[in-house]
Design a binder for this molecule. Structure first.
Ligand code: FE2
Length: 290
């Protein structure tokens, strides 16, 4: 059995729903993880090397400094496909969680396969792995596709180890290593089917003073929001390109409906799938009635 491939029929009553807390950190949660999770490899690839944290550990630093980060916010619409019908989305049948692209194309439903085939035209093919994640979700108005609406970047250099604990945290994202590091960040293509729940992307370079290491995206979100960056919603049924330095955030659904979301990640980092990620993948998050 391949945990990366989820085949099932979709229905509104079967849509998994959880209370929105705002605490979730997108695809890699900042919440405590079950013990079954494998530890990170001891020697990360250059793309994921926490060089700032390494320097802190080497000199025994206990205070996290700030730096002037400039997010280039490379975001580009690569392709716009016909908007699928709600029945096409609901009936597409197969979703993926860190599935290698060739396997995903072989197993995909017709709509997803068309998107993946279009995505292959825009791949850079300069990293070791090409993974596909996808979700078919039913939103009621106000539902959020993930448990956070913070400005963030994907594929951050997240570390959970004794060097992080020495700084008083359980998890730290090494933002300085991602921003100033020598290795190019991971790159992404993303598709979303609909107008009713479009991810918002920053569209111009943005400089923001921020801690070099952050335990979550709360503080960065506050600072980015204060700067009110130029941004745009991802067009319906478009494929956009971005990278690990591209600020974006989830938006609540403006109306009810099905949405297909697909992300293609090109990375040197090998992802070891944790079945508990698959279990909660595709959950939608709902605010308590006021
Ligand atoms: Fe994201």
């Amino acid at each position: 059995m391949n945990d990366a491939i989820v085949k099932r029929t979709r229905s509104v009553p079967a849509q998994k729903i959880a209370a929105f807390t705002g605490e979730g950190a997108y695809h890699g949660s900042t919440k405590p993880r079950p013990q079954a999770v494998r530890p990170a490899p001891t020697a990360p690839v250059e793309e994921m090397r926490p060089t700032t944290l390494e320097a802190y550990a080497a000199r025994g630093a206990r205070h996290i400094a700030e730096f002037d980060a400039t997010f280039p916010n490379r975001y580009e619409v690569k392709s716009i496909l016909p908007v699928p019908t709600q029945d096409e989305i609901q009936g597409d049948g197969v979703t993926f969680c860190w599935c290698l692209i060739d396997e995903a194309i072989a197993e995909a439903g017709p709509l997803t396969r068309r998107v993946l085939e279009e995505m292959t035209k825009h791949l850079r093919r300069d990293k070791r792995f090409i993974y596909i994640d996808s979700k078919i979700q039913w939103f009621e108005q106000g539902d959020v596709p993930v448990d956070s609406q913070h400005w963030h970047v994907d594929g951050s250099i997240a570390v959970r180890d004794e060097r992080v604990q020495a700084l008083g945290h359980r998890l730290l994202h090494d933002m300085r290593a991602r921003l100033d590091g020598a290795a190019p960040p991971p790159t992404y293509l993303a598709y979303q089917s609909s107008t009713h729940c479009a991810t918002q992307f920053a569209t111009a370079p943005l400089s923001v003073r921020m801690p070099e290491l952050i335990p979550n995206f709360d503080e960065l979100d506050l600072r980015v929001r204060a700067l009110d960056p130029a941004c745009e919603p991802q067009p319906a049924s478009s494929i956009v390109a971005f990278d690990g330095l591209s600020l974006h955030r989830a938006v609540a659904a403006r109306s009810a409906g099905w949405r297909l979301w697909i992300r293609c990640s090109e990375t040197d980092h090998e992802v070891r799938l944790n079945p508990s990620i698959v279990e909660c993948y595709g959950t939608v998050f709902r605010r308590a009635a006021e």
